[in-house]
Design a protein around this ligand. Structure first.
Ligand code: ATP
Ligand code: MG
Ligand code: FE
Length: 343
């Protein structure tokens, strides 16, 4: 089965062709970060317009690279939500227009299910069940995953997402947008003993998170210095204090989730899963307890079309009727992951 995947929930346009026999045949991505950079965040209207500009050339690119013809596809999977309404409408209308023109069925995919299943695209995929830590720009959730569509929420952030905390703290240090990778690089040069920042909810008896206080702690340190007086080494020290705090909390909660459920496999998904310090910390903690940690390929941590094509294909393999020749699309900007039904 050959599935075309279309992702357009935020500021990345992603197209991909996933074949259930041959694996990923082609994928193409355009990131709008440069365009949004000067505003310090994603501007929804600009995002929608740029998806319109980018999607068709990327579509042509994946067909050219894979050698597949339009009529070879069996279904089209598109991100139906959650995300920016206008941005989602671009991907869904392209999917439905193409479906109608080619007489192929379409399937709306949950963006976070795409992230969650993306580690299964790697060469040594985990078996179900596993614990998943979803750490992206908009979400921080711990899930128990028993199969496709069988998700139980164990805990989530009460305020900011981990990626959001990375980006906001990076902004306070003048590192641009999105600052996650930059603050992580800077932290490498920081003194771990210079600033001990709070580890919110580290000892709470549940699996929830809270990161807005950590961002405020960064703000307080920056203010106490006086913005103009921050030298590169100060910035690196603050970055280090921030990264160590967030990584400690994420690692501890993952270990608690594994212990509480008795599961042995941990899957990390979403953009913050690309973070080097987080990977080192999780690997060390898991090795000590004989757990195994699985990550997506680096390029599939952040938004991409491959994970959408793949999630669509996984559902269609279980239930081929999940894709329909019903082109009246309906995006879902807000859509809780644990409300999904198993195929
Ligand atoms: P969602 O999927 O929740 O709607 P999103 O799609 O915007 O959000 P992703 O694309 O999964 O989120 O991830 C983007 C986030 O990952 C950004 O906040 C970015 O700063 C962060 N990020 C990416 N690479 C790194 C890194 N190496 N270290 C820390 N954070 C990172
Ligand atoms: Mg993005
Ligand atoms: Fe995402």
């Amino acid at each position: 089965m050959l599935v075309l995947g279309i992702e357009s929930s935020c500021d990345e346009t992603g197209l991909a062709l996933y074949d259930t026999q041959q694996g990923l045949r082609a994928h193409a991505l355009y990131s709008q970060v440069k365009m949004h950079e000067e505003y310090g965040g994603v501007v929804p209207e600009l995002a929608s317009r740029d998806h319109i500009r980018r999607a068709i050339p990327l579509l042509e690119q994946v067909f050219a690279e894979s050698g597949a013809r339009r009529e070879d596809i069996d279904a089209i999977a598109y991100t139906q939500g959650p995300g920016l309404a206008g941005a989602l409408l671009v991907g869904s209308s392209i999917a439905c227009g193409l479906g109608l023109a080619l007489d192929k069925p379409v399937l709306g995919v949950h963006h976070l299910e795409g992230h969650l299943l993306s580690p299964l695209l790697a060469s040594d995929p985990p078996a179900f069940p596993f614990i998943a830590l979803l750490v992206s720009g908009g979400h921080t959730q711990l899930m128990r995953v028993d199969g496709v569509g069988r998700y139980t929420m164990l805990g989530e952030t009460l305020d900011d997402a981990a990626g959001e905390a990375f980006d906001k703290s990076a902004k306070l240090l003048g590192l641009g947008y999105p600052g996650g990778p930059a603050i992580s690089r800077l932290a490498e040069f920081g003194d771990p003993d210079a600033y001990k920042l709070p580890r919110p909810m580290l000892h709470s008896k549940n699996l929830d998170f809270s990161f807005s206080g950590l961002k405020t702690a960064v703000l307080t340190v920056v203010k106490n210095h006086g913005d103009a007086n921050l030298c590169e080494q100060d910035k690196a020290n603050i970055a280090r204090g921030f990264v160590d705090a967030i990584v400690d909390v994420l690692t501890a909660k993952c270990m608690n989730a594994l212990k509480e459920t008795g599961l042995k496999r941990l899957v990390i998904a979403g953009g913050v899963g690309a973070n080097r310090q987080l990977r080192e910390s999780l690997n060390a903690a898991a090795a000590k307890r004989r757990y195994k940690v699985y990550y997506p390929e680096l390029e599939f941590c952040t938004d991409n079309g491959a994970m959408i094509a793949f999630a669509g294909a996984m559902r269609l393999q279980i239930d081929p009727t999940a894709a329909k020749k019903d082109y009246a699309f309906n995006v879902r900007p807000r859509w809780p992951l644990d409300s999904l039904a198993a195929p």
